[in-house]
Design a protein around this ligand. Structure first.
Ligand code: SF4
Length: 238
């Protein structure tokens, strides 16, 4: 697996478009204070559970864990995998997710003393590789953990990002995860430190909500969308 892809320098007009897109989304929705999770550990658990399901279902599973005081690394790791699966049932694919979560917990507890600060310690590229080496943790899950739980500058790309970018002609249909991440990191690195962290956290959150509210899979609803003024001539590309 590779670490954080190096940044590319997108052309200036694309950079301008991506920065304008944020201002438009932010103007429409305000700052979104994402990710939904009370602690970094809850963010990590949520990042694993949210694969292939809605956040509402994830919340129900997390509620099950909270209700029993299990949302703590060692206590959760102490739960046999079949009992973990029962509690994750609302999140769907619960047997698979129980195994993935246990893998993550094994690395966190056995390898890093149950301490997330230790798991996230180091250069972003190294920590990303550490996370990607865990079975069941792919780039989107790793980057979500890095950005929202670990305080690392690692832009999160997802299906909403790709759909919006594709419809605006900002990427090609064949663009891979790493290419999109490089594009965003290259265009959106004008801030530094905590300001960049907040910018990237909020940028991804804004894309998700635009994707849910307007840029839907079954067809875009461009009228009133905060990104309407950035559409290419002739409207959405796909
Ligand atoms: S709904 Fe239309 S304007 Fe909004 S992001 Fe999608 S393609 Fe762009």
């Amino acid at each position: 697996m590779t670490g954080v892809p190096s940044r590319s320098s997108p052309d200036p007009s694309l950079t301008r478009a991506l920065r304008t897109a944020y201002r438009s989304m932010r103007g429409h929705y305000g700052h979104l204070s994402w990710w939904p999770g009370e602690t970094p550990f809850e963010v990590c658990v949520g990042a694993i559970l949210t694969q292939n399901t809605s956040w509402k279902n994830v919340e129900r599973a997390i509620q099950n864990l909270k209700a029993e005081g299990l949302l703590e690394p060692r206590r959760l790791y102490g739960l046999p995998v079949d009992q973990l699966a029962v509690r994750l049932r609302p999140a769907g694919y619960f047997n698979v997710k129980a195994r993935r979560l246990r893998e993550f917990l094994r690395v966190l507890v056995d390898g890093h003393g149950g301490d997330l600060d230790r798991l996230f310690a180091g250069r972003t590229v190294e920590v990303r590789e550490r996370l990607l080496a865990i079975r069941g943790v792919g780039p989107e899950t790793a980057d979500s953990m890095l950005l929202y739980a670990g305080g690392h500058h690692s832009f999160v790309v997802d299906a909403y990002t790709k759909r919006i970018f594709l419809r605006h002609g900002w990427c090609s249909a064949t663009a891979r995860y790493d290419e999109l991440q490089r594009l965003c990191a290259g265009a959106l690195s004008q801030k530094t430190g905590d300001r960049r962290l907040d910018y990237w956290q909020d940028y991804h959150a804004q894309l998700v909500i635009v994707g849910k509210d307007f840029c839907r899979g079954r067809g875009p609803r461009c009228a009133g969308c905060p990104l309407e003024s950035l559409l290419p001539g002739g409207g959405p590309r796909v």
